[in-house]
Write a protein that binds this ligand. Structure first.
Ligand SMILES: C[S@@+](CC[C@H](N)C(=O)[O-])C[C@H]1O[C@@H](n2cnc3c(N)ncnc32)[C@H](O)[C@@H]1O
Length: 378
């Protein structure tokens, strides 16, 4: 059986997500708004997809697509879904509704009618009616309605996929794991050259890089029952465990090229080490406390990737142009032969860096528009 999936992500990174999905063996069906529609060949690939996809925010399994021009059509189509085969009525659920170009409905109405049709299905088959839990449901059902067509799906990712299971609290401005992975993919990082983040904060970029270079599944440390599909009736625990074992055993045990991390803050370096330990990649990272302006390139050439401070804590806003100018000067002085990729807020005074980027890629970190600026330092 093939699995029809929707993977969501920021609009800016959907091509990267589509490419990543194809590399993992899925077929791209179409691109949507902030979404990529995939077809995954079998259940084994479905489980691997959830563990390995680095750039998606959520994954949904499409249960049914149908014409829903009016209430009657919607109700009867939802009622005919074999809900009793999908989940046990003892599980709680929530229904999220999204509408585009359909003025007759509001999302709360659509959610209510879907819930009524689904509950009637259980009742009709003499089963108890499952209860809704808005805060922490076992099963999250989604219904999208667009131009008279409805798509019903289940959110199989569970919690958002940037929650890999290794993050420790403690840094004020961590980069989202999915954004770190996206920028590494944009830069075509695959471990075939040295990598250095000299403003590493909590270490997100170097940890994601180490996992990529080792071919380690980024979500392998998620706790049991952390994925939505683990609460469905068709969950195959034996296959799931085999897939995880295979991925654990299939990763590389050594890096071809080193990964370095440093930060001016001792606390950040400690946090990077502790977080890397939780992600079980600590032995692959070389970490030190250093001011960037005192650093030397750790080797002849490589990829420097860093998420620059946004200027709201360490530096007062008026000091930022000077800080950025110093970064450009130090790159020219100490990093000849390197590629430098700097992630900056789109509103930052990044032009003060004083170098001409060869690439300028718009991305989003949370809700902040950011730019990935790529410089070749000669
Ligand atoms: C936006 S944060 C990086 C966040 C990081 N990518 C993460 O995921 O946690 C910027 C970092 O730059 C560091 N920093 C600021 N000025 C620095 C300097 N002169 N040298 C080295 N690090 C510096 C800060 O301590 C902070 O941890």
């Amino acid at each position: 059986m093939t699995w029809k999936m929707v993977a969501t992500c920021p609009e800016e990174s959907k091509l990267i997500l589509a490419q990543e999905g194809e590399i993992l063996g899925a077929k791209v069906e179409k691109l949507g708004f902030r979404a990529v529609y995939f077809e995954v060949p079998d259940l084994e690939a479905f489980y691997k997809f959830h563990l390995q996809l680095t750039t998606a925010s959520h994954l949904f399994w499409i249960i049914k697509e149908f014409a829903a021009k009016d209430d009657r059509m919607l109700f009867s189509q939802v009622q005919r879904i074999k809900w009793r085969e999908l989940f046990d009525p003892a599980k709680t659920f929530r229904i999220d509704a999204y509408i585009s170009n359909h003025p007759e409905w509001t999302p709360p109405e659509l959610s209510k009618r879907t819930r009524q049709a689904m509950q009637e299905h259980f009742q009709h088959h003499g089963l108890p009616i499952p209860h809704a839990d808005v805060e922490d449901p076992d099963v999250l059902i989604c219904i999208w309605l667009e131009k008279g067509r409805a798509t019903v799906s289940i959110r199989t990712s569970g919690d958002t996929l940037h929650k890999r299971g290794y993050r420790l609290p403690g840094h004020m401005a961590p980069l989202k794991e999915t954004v770190a992975a996206t920028l590494l993919r944009v830069l075509e990082y695959d471990g075939s050259r040295p990598l250095y983040d000299p403003m590493c904060g909590s270490g997100t970029i170097v940890i994601e890089a180490a996992m990529m270079a080792l071919g380690k599944a980024c979500l392998i440390h998620r706790k049991k029952n952390g994925f939505g599909f683990e609460r469905l009736k068709n969950f195959d625990r034996t296959l799931w465990q085999r897939v995880q074992t295979e991925l654990r055993e299939g990763k590389k045990t050594e890096l071809l090229h080193p990964i370095y991390a440093s930060d001016v803050s001792e606390d950040s370096v400690t946090l990077t080490r502790e977080t890397a330990l939780r992600a079980r990649v600590e032995r692959y990272l070389t970490c030190s406390a250093e001011n960037f302006f005192d650093t030397k390139a750790p080797c002849e050439s490589g990829l420097l990737v860093s998420n620059l401070p946004y200027g709201d804590r360490l530096q007062a806003a008026e000091e930022m142009p000077v800080f950025y100018e110093k970064i450009g000067d130090h790159l020219k002085k100490a990093y000849k032969g390197w590629t430098a990729a700097l992630l900056v807020s789109a509103e930052s005074p990044w032009k003060s860096i004083g170098l001409k980027p060869t690439r300028k890629i718009p991305l989003v970190n949370g809700s902040i528009p950011v730019l990935l600026l790529v410089y070749e330092i000669y």
